[in-house]
Design a protein around this ligand. Structure first.
Ligand code: GDP
Length: 508
């Protein structure tokens, strides 16, 4: 990657005013460890390092070499025995000369080493400043820097894999090629403008229209991976709901392998929402056990029921637990499920879990419920509110046949059927986004920029067949190119950079 143009807004960011300074910070987590790493980066890094170091002169050693020596305190005493790893300018993460001191992990030593480096001429690094310098010096782009932040935060195999592709720059390269297509289109349009007085139509508008359609399709298919990509990165919100006593808490404990929720046969025991995470087949699930949904006069329980409804509205996956041993039977529980779906603004993926199969009632009642569902006249098919029909043209209605929702017979008590459940959960989590695919959007900022790009390109597509002069169309095209460019930082307002890097920790 080329270093940024000196007129780039990146260089005018308030965070880079001290760009010529040498910065220092602890780069390992806060707390006591066997060792800790203190990083020093900037034009004076080697001189400052040598001024506190007793051992080989670090300014004279080869890049990427490690040296045992002593850090000397201001009174001349040994502060710590340490290993200094040296990276030459142009060959380090930040692009600047860098020394990383591996010191003993006492909090006092870590802090004292940083203070000592500051006394010797370094400045304390601001949040994300090492990474910001890496971006500014063209070592990585903005999307890759965000990939690093995601890598540091990765809490599952899927999240790590998504972060790794972003960090390696695969996503950025794809965006760059899309952006190049748009730049090419803009120059074709501008040609038309240059020669318009000679009445020569250089830009064949139908060719441009087809280029535009291709670009829209590519941008939209990237944007379409966001919902699942975000869930894979942050954890798939999986809400467990159903009547009191259906076995929701027992199921939660089974999925977590932990006695987190209180299990009791007194209906209404889970009064609030209990949430915890578990990694299943490499994917992080956030399991949320809700209060049983029932009409209640207990005001505290009612708060729990309201919270449960809010959780269901935000769920990626809804597990509806049915208790076939309930004296009222299965049908009212299916009706409650249908009512709940009907009330939602967006439909989550759903699974119907027929619990307590160990009691022998689940399997038969499951098939009985299927019969009931088709013979009670209602067929339990539900009409979805218009607000939920995001993908349907206005006015068209969608009805969902409950018999199409997967049903799994389980026993939360003895674990039978759980393998089928976890396999289904994995399939649903990955729907719309193959985690092995190269490019998946996981960052809201990127998603919003893609939507804006797509909107601007749609305007271009609408205008191309008209007689509108090409300079007016070119304006929308430039806008599309601008929005796409904000993702990798090719075009990035300083305040945006400030926001992005302030979310990093100090030392990153
Ligand atoms: P919740 O109110 O939906 O959270 O239900 P709980 O998990 O507290 O369970 C209610 C009662 O049903 C408890 O006595 C559980 O031991 C029992 N239970 C839950 N799952 C099963 C199951 O699969 N089989 C049997 N036999 N009992 C279960």
């Amino acid at each position: 990657m080329e270093p940024l143009n000196p007129s780039s807004p990146l260089l005018s960011s308030p965070m880079t005013d001290a760009a010529a300074s040498t910065i220092a910070a602890i780069s390992t987590p806060a707390g006591v460890g066997g060792i800790a790493v203190v990083r020093l980066s900037g034009p004076d890094a080697l001189r400052i390092a040598d001024s506190v170091w007793h051992g080989r002169r670090l300014s004279e050693v080869a890049s990427h070499t490690a040296h045992l020596g002593e850090i000397i305190d201001s009174d001349g005493s040994m502060l710590d025995q340490a290993v200094a790893t040296v990276f030459a300018a142009g060959r380090s993460f930040t692009g600047e000369a860098t020394v990383e001191f591996s010191v003993h992990g006492s909090k006092w030593i870590q802090n004292r080493v940083v203070s000592r480096l500051i006394e010797a001429g370094a400045s304390p690094a601001k949040a994300g400043e090492f990474t910001l310098r890496a971006v500014r010096n063209g070592r990585i782009d903005l999307a890759q820097a965000e990939g690093i932040a995601d890598m540091i935060a990765a809490s599952s195999k899927a999240a790590q894999r998504l972060a790794a592709t972003q960090m390696k720059g695969t996503f950025s390269r794809h965006l760059d090629s899309l952006r190049q297509q748009m730049v090419d289109m803009a120059s074709l349009l501008e040609l038309e403008l240059d020669f318009s007085e000679e009445d020569v139509e250089f830009a064949d508008r139908s060719h441009l229209a087809s280029l535009c359609d291709t670009a829209i399709a590519q941008i939209d298919s990237l944007a379409a991976t966001f919902k699942a990509g975000k869930a894979l990165k942050e954890g798939v919100a999986t809400v467990i709901a159903g009547r009191p006593n259906a076995g929701k808490s027992t199921l939660l404990n089974l999925l977590l392998g932990d006695d987190k929720a209180i299990v009791s046969d007194i209906p209404g025991t889970t009064r609030d929402v209990i949430e915890d995470t578990a990694e299943i087949n490499g994917i992080l699930f956030r399991f949320i056990d809700t209060a049983g949904l029932r009409d209640t006069s207990d005001s505290i329980e009612q708060i729990g029921v309201d919270r449960a409804r809010r959780q269901i509205s935000a769920a990626d996956i809804l597990l509806w637990v049915i208790d076939p041993t309930d004296p009222e039977g299965v049908t009212p529980q299916l009706v409650e499920f249908a009512d709940t779906l009907r009330s939602l603004p967006h439909l989550p993926h759903s699974l119907l879990l027929f619990n307590k199969s160990d009691l022998g009632a689940a399997a038969s009642s499951e098939s009985e419920s299927a019969k009931t569902a088709s013979s009670d006249g209602e067929n339990l098919s539900i009409a979805v509110p218009e607000s939920a029909q995001t993908k349907l043209p206005k006015g068209e209605s969608l009805s969902i046949d409950l018999s199409a929702i997967p049903r799994i017979s389980i026993s939360a008590a003895d674990g039978s059927g759980i393998d089928r459940l976890t396999a289904q959960l994995t399939t649903l989590a990955e729907e719309g986004c193959d985690p092995a695919a190269d490019i998946i959007v996981t960052n809201l900022r990127h998603y919003e920029a893609l939507r804006l790009t797509s909107d601007a390109l749609h305007r271009v597509a609408d205008l191309l067949p008209t007689d509108l002069p090409s300079d007016l169309i070119a304006q929308d095209l430039r806008e599309a190119t601008h929005y796409l460019g904000t993702i990798t930082g090719a075009i990035t307002p300083a305040d945006l950079l400030q926001t992005i890097f302030s979310r990093f920790c100090i030392g990153k």
